[in-house]
Design a protein around this ligand. Structure first.
Ligand code: PLP
Length: 366
């Protein structure tokens, strides 16, 4: 029996390279783009292990759980790590990065998460990039939760290692990811004796055996199902237009924020300033006396397809995430998410204004 997922022909090197070129266009980058055969944590970890070592002094910006993970990898590589943690309800500023450089002039690596789906904030990468470039440090960026939802411009911003995954705003598969690599970053890896070589984590293997060979021969059989899905999702974004896709996400974030405030009952945006709020997902603080996990469970019991989750770890009781990304970045989904939350709050005895929320959402979309 034939099946759309089975008996697939191997993906050719030419086809693989053409998908890389398409991803490079999505990032407006002239840098080498390497598609990695795994979830985004593969290039995120691979890029750190390739460029950091005992001689590295890293400024690790923590605006959510991923920053914590990057710090652990950096320390594991033997790097000296300076953690710059900012409260999850805000974003880091370029001035804070500048101060860190002044205090620790030896910093030669900066790791930053662009947008954090887990905490709902987004950081001003363009401004931070200027400061990082001035100082001359290598700039590593996790853009998994921003690509497709807001501009991601590694060349314009001076990002040396920009990691993306397709599973958030791109509406694509989670099993492949990509990283753009600057010439400076390749040179840092080549000079790093602790960089993984002959390893699944190795970016240098792809440089030496794929990029430098003119992208003629692949290192191993590519995951063709995921590669075809990645190609399809980039094609779909090109069809709708990247600007239009980003507009949908910006509207979904603004509408969720305005709708939650209008809903009332003590539901509040978790991220204080709208400019610090990520277009990919909106985090909300629940009213005192209401448990976020219980509230989400109640809303999902009534409508299981709503893109609602409770915060992770310590935030499980106090934070709700509305994951309005990909196909969920629409007025309809935002409206039903708030209606579902409102109905669940009402069951907890909290007074809410469902009609006010509906009007606020419609008002943002115009
Ligand atoms: C979603 C996300 C990733 C990918 O990690 P998962 O745990 O597989 O979802 C990486 N970085 C950021 C900032 C993300 O939001």
């Amino acid at each position: 029996m034939t099946h759309p997922f089975l008996d697939l022909a191997p993906l050719s090197a030419t086809h693989f390279a053409s998908i890389e070129d398409r991803v490079a266009r999505l990032l407006s980058t002239e840098q080498d783009v390497v598609i990695m055969q795994g979830e985004a944590l593969l290039p995120l970890e691979g890029a750190i292990r390739a460029t950091a070592g005992p001689g590295t002094t890293a400024l690790n910006v923590i605006t959510g759980p991923y920053g914590q993970t990057f710090g652990d990898w950096l320390r594991d590589c033997g790097a000296t790590v300076i953690d710059l943690a900012v409260p999850f309800h805000t974003a880091v500023t370029a001035a804070q990065i500048r101060e860190a450089f002044a205090e620790h002039p030896s910093i030669d690596f900066v790791s930053l998460v662009h947008a954090e789906a887990a905490t709902g904030n987004t950081n001003p990468v363009a401004k931070i990039g200027e400061v990082v470039r001035e100082h001359g440090a290598l700039f590593y960026l996790d853009a998994v939760a921003s690509i497709g939802a807001e501009p991601v411009l590694p060349d314009a911003w001076g990002v040396d290692l920009c990691v993306i995954g397709a599973q958030k705003a791109m509406g694509g598969p989670a099993g492949v990811s990509a990283v753009s690599v600057s010439e400076r970053a390749w040179a840092r890896m080549a000079a790093n004796p602790t960089a993984p070589r002959r390893s699944y984590l190795s970016l240098l293997d792809w440089k030496e055996r794929w990029v430098d060979g003119g992208r003629k021969a692949l290192l191993h059989a590519p995951a063709q199902l995921e590669m075809l899905a990645l190609e399809a999702c980039v094609e779909r974004i090109e069809g709708e237009g990247l600007a239009a896709v980003m507009d949908r996400h910006a509207s979904a974030a603004a509408a969720t924020r305005a709708g939650a405030v209008a809903l009332g009952g003590g539901l509040e945006p978790y991220v204080y300033a709208p400019s610090d709020a990520a277009p990919v997902a909106t985090t909300l603080r629940v009213p005192v006396g209401v448990d976020a996990s219980a509230l989400v469970a109640k809303a999902l019991a009534a409508d299981p397809v709503l893109p609602l989750v409770a915060g992770g770890g310590a935030l499980a009781t106090s934070m709700i995430r509305v994951n309005h990304y990909g196909p969920d970045a629409t007025q309809g989904v935002v409206h039903s998410s708030l209606a579902g939350l409102g109905a669940a709050l009402a069951e907890f005895g909290v007074a809410v204004d469902l009609e006010g929320a509906r009007r606020a959402v419609a008002g943002v979309w115009g």
